[in-house]
Design a protein around this ligand. Structure first.
Ligand code: PBG
Length: 333
C-alpha cells in the first residue's frame, strides 16, 4: 500500500508558488500603499513666485505661499492625505513672535491652499523653533534652559493663529509637557473645538533631523534638544508619552523618526485605537536620495520599500517628503 506523502513540509509545500508571477504576488500582498495615507510636508518662505532648492534634500524646496498652494493642488489631484506646513520666516526673535502673526507665512499658506485645494486636509506644525533666533522649541531662561510652562501659552497662541486661518489639524512638535492639554483648552475656548490635534507624542532627539535644520534654518544656536526630545534608547517611555497626550486630548499621535523606530510604531498600533502616524524624516529621505544619486541603489524602489515598511509596522498615516513622488508612482501603476 502506498503511504500518503507527508504534507506540511517540502517538497509539497513551496512558498515560491505564490511568488511566481506579479499577478500572484499582488493577489496575496498584505499591505498596499495608497496616496491617501501620505502627508506631504512643505516649507513656506515669504514672497511670491519664490522657490529655493534645499541642498541637503534634493527635490524639496522652500516656497512662497502661492507656490505652496500650487503644490497643494497637485497633492490633492494625486489623492494625497494632506499637507503639513512649516513656516521659515526671515524675522526671528527670542519668543518666536512671527509664528503668532495672523498674517504670517503659515496663515498665508493655509488661506492660499484653501482656495487652491478646498478639500485637502491642512495640518500645521506647531513649535517655536522655526521662529526663534536661538532655534530652541521654547523660550529660554537667561542661562539658556528651555522653560516649559512659559512656552505653553505661546504654543496655544500659535495653534490659534493656524486655526483662525483655517487649519484642519494642528501638530505640536515641541515636546513641552502639558502642551496638548493647553492647546486643546485654548482651541475649545476660542470656538475651535472642531480642530483636531495630531501630537508628535513620541519625538526622539535624532540625528536624522539633520537636513531639516538646513531646510527650516532652525538649528539650535547653543546646546541641543536632548533636554526635551526623547532618548533614542527608550521605547516604554513612548507609551507613557502617548498615554499622557491622549489624556490631554490628542486625537492622533505620531512617532518620529519612522524607520529607526518601527518597533515603537508597532507597539503603539497594537495598544491604541487612535490613528498612529509616523514621520519619515528629512534624514531618512536624504539618505535614500543621496545613495540613489551616487548610483548605490535604486531610489524609487528604496522609497517604496521604506514607505511600505512603515505601513507594515502599523502606521495609519505617513508624513513623508516622498509623498508626491510616491503618489505619482502609485497612481501611474
Ligand atoms: C520642529 C520640527 C523638527 C522636525 C519637525 N518639526 C526639527 C527638530 O525637532 O529638530 C524634523 C523634521 C524632519 O527632520 O524632517 N520642532
Amino acid at each position: 500500500m502506498l503511504r500518503a506523502p507527508a504534507m506540511g513540509s517540502f517538497p509539497q509545500i513551496r512558498p515560491r508558488r505564490l511568488r511566481r508571477t506579479e499577478g500572484l504576488r499582488r493577489l496575496v500582498r498584505e499591505h498596499t500603499l495608497a496616496p491617501e495615507r501620505l502627508v506631504y510636508p512643505m516649507f513656506c518662505v515669504p514672497g511670491s513666485g519664490v522657490r529655493e532648492p534645499i541642498q541637503s534634500m534634493p527635490g524639496i524646496f522652500r516656497q512662497s505661499p502661492d507656490l505652496c498652494a500650487e503644490l497643494a493642488h497637485e497633492a490633492s489631484s494625486l489623492g494625497l492625505g494632506g499637507v503639513l506646513l512649516f513656516g521659515v520666516p526671515t524675522q526671528k526673535d527670542a519668543t518666536g513672535s512671527s509664528g503668532r502673526d495672523p498674517e504670517g507665512l503659515v496663515p498665508q499658506a493655509i488661506r492660499a491652499i484653501r482656495k487652491a485645494a478646498p478639500e485637502l486636509p491642512v495640518v500645521t506644525d506647531v513649535c517655536l523653533c522655526d521662529y526663534t533666533d536661538h532655534g530652541h522649541c521654547g523660550v529660554l531662561t537667561p542661562e539658556g534652559e528651555v522653560r516649559n510652562d512659559a512656552t505653553l501659552p505661546l504654543l496655544v497662541e500659535q495653534a490659534l493663529t493656524h486655526a483662525r486661518a483655517g487649519a484642519d489639524v494642528v501638530a505640536p512638535s515641541d515636546m513641552m509637557d502639558g502642551r496638548v492639554g493647553a492647546i486643546r483648552r485654548g482651541l475649545d475656548e476660542a470656538g475651535f473645538s472642531h480642530v483636531a490635534i495630531l501630537s508628535y507624542a513620541v519625538k526622539y532627539a535624532s540625528a536624522f533631523y539633520g537636513p531639516f535644520r538646513e531646510a527650516a534654518h532652525n538649528a539650535p544656536a547653543r546646546g541641543d534638544r536632548r533636554g526635551y526630545q526623547m532618548d533614542p534608547a527608550n521605547a516604554r517611555e513612548a507609551l507613557r508619552e502617548v498615554e499622557l497626550d491622549l489624556d490631554e486630548g490628542a486625537d492622533m499621535v505620531m512617532v518620529k523618526p519612522a524607520i529607526a523606530y518601527l518597533d515603537v510604531v508597532r507597539q503603539l498600533r497594537d495598544r491604541l485605537d487612535v490613528p498612529v502616524f509616523a514621520y519619515n524624516v528629512s534624514g531618512e529621505y536624504s539618505m535614500v536620495r543621496a545613495a540613489a544619486q551616487a548610483g548605490f541603489l535604486d531610489g524609487q524602489r528604496a522609497m517604496m520599500e521604506s514607505l511600505t515598511s512603515i505601513q507594515r509596522a502599523g502606521a495609519d498615516g505617513i508624513v513623508t517628503y516622498f509623498a508626491l513622488e510616491a503618489a505619482k508612482a502609485l497612481v501611474g501603476s
